[in-house]
Design a protein around this ligand. Structure first.
Ligand code: NAD
Ligand code: ZN
Length: 363
């Protein structure tokens, strides 16, 4: 009989949590300022350009502040390669990287910190444990809650042939700064779609064969918080709920770190790859057709949609070509670890490209 090998997960080293904690950032990174070529790179979501937060970024001296537009596409391997080469050519190896933004910026910061010390393109490192050298010090400051990217071991990138993370022990942040106040400006639909990522992570984590006590403890608490934020008497985008959703996102991510996502994420990756749909909304579009697999979760999700008057796009597939549908299904099918978790080791007996296309046609 095959011996079971339990995952040995690398986690975030340090966490600070609380309203206004962003202003501790300089004190936190100060001891690292002497590393390498003695400058920091701040990767900041373009939304904050010209806003009050920009003035609070503790950049100094030779530091680089790079504003990145995240409103359209998800992070790309080419984008990471260009950024790395540009910075290395101009100033050499930074002391550290600080990412300030949503899941996109979290992934860019994680990928960049690893890629600073690897040879060649980031395409070569999309997969499990492919990086050869430790990356540089990196800090995550999330400004939207839901993805769990602040704690996950993966930096999701879309490359020429696949959407797949750089996943290794060097990827997780050395430090995260969880300041719920930074999330208050997120537009309502985005707040909902990204928040639902956390809810769906927990539903998928608990609905599969890899679920266990560790995942359950974090997932249960994340679900309690998500329900308060999206269904409770005081639901909505308040300061108090901002705190709750930030912790829900972290715990949802931790639940996943010892379990796995499932069918919704497999379909969602197909949508994102072919249509460029953003992760949060793509998940919601996919989850809405999965009542056969996650009946309770989908029912509750629809209650949340109704309560917050979210216009979830429907009837989208009428505009998709057969080639697009086939490509989406192929991308989804290839995510074997998700199907395996959701449907068991014999998942190939239950899943085919045709069956996945049928699901896409319902979107
Ligand atoms: P995002 O980072 O893509 O940002 C979405 C939008 O919100 C952007 O227009 C951005 O400018 C805006 N925004 C960000 N913070 C804001 C604020 N405080 N106020 C106003 N606007 C703000 O959104 P996301 O949903 O957090 O991240 C999605 C990305 O995360 C995808 O690329 C997905 O692949 C990735 N992801 C990664 C993991 C992981 O484990 N690494 C998990 C899930 C998703
Ligand atoms: Zn997700």
């Amino acid at each position: 009989m095959k011996e079971i090998v339990y995952k040995n997960i690398k986690n975030i080293d340090k966490i600070v949590f609380g309203t206004g904690s962003f202003d501790q950032l300089e004190d936190i990174i100060k001891p690292k300022r002497l590393l390498n070529n003695k400058f920091f790179v701040f990767l900041v979501d373009d939304f904050f350009k010209g806003k009050y937060l920009e003035k609070r970024i503790p950049s100094q001296g030779e530091d680089i502040v790079e504003f990145i537009y995240c409103g359209k596409e998800e992070p790309k391997t080419g984008q990471i390669d260009i950024l790395r080469d540009k910075i290395l050519a101009s100033k050499g190896l930074p002391s550290g990287v600080v990412g300030i933004g949503g899941g996109s910026i979290m992934d860019i910061a994680k990928a960049l910190s690893v890629m600073f010390t690897q040879e060649g393109s980031s395409v070569l490192y999309q997969g499990l444990n492919l990086a050869k050298n430790p990356g540089i010090y990196h800090v995550g400051v999330p400004t939207i809650s839901g993805t769990g990217a602040e704690c996950s071991t993966t930096a999701v990138l879309t490359g020429p042939t696949k959407k797949l993370g750089i996943k290794c022990e060097y990827t997780p942040f050395d430090q995260i700064v969880l300041d719920p106040e930074l999330t208050l400006t997120v537009p309502k639909n985005q707040w909902f779609y990204t928040g639902m990522d956390s809810y769906i992570h927990c539903i998928e984590s608990e609905s599969g064969r890899l679920y266990n006590t560790f995942s359950k403890a974090y997932g249960d608490q994340s679900l309690v918080l998500c329900r308060e934020v999206f269904l409770g008497d005081n639901s909505g985008q308040t300061m108090e709920n901002g705190e709750k959703l930030m912790v829900a996102s972290l715990f949802g991510g931790l639940s996943l770190s010892y379990s796995e996502v499932g069918i919704c994420h497999a379909l969602s990756y197909g949508l994102s790859y072919v249509l460029g749909s953003r992760h949060g909304i793509a998940n919601c579009i996919a989850f809405n057709v999965l009542e056969d697999y996650y009946p309770q979760g989908v029912k509750e999700f629809r209650e949340m949609i109704n309560k917050h008057h979210i216009d979830l796009p429907i009837n989208l597939s009428k505009d998709w070509t057969n080639e697009q549908l086939t490509k989406m299904a192929e991308i989804s099918y290839a995510l074997s670890h998700m199907w395996d978790h959701a449907l068991g080791v014999n998942w190939k007996e239950k899943v085919s490209i045709e069956m996945i296309i049928k699901l896409f046609k319902r979107m």
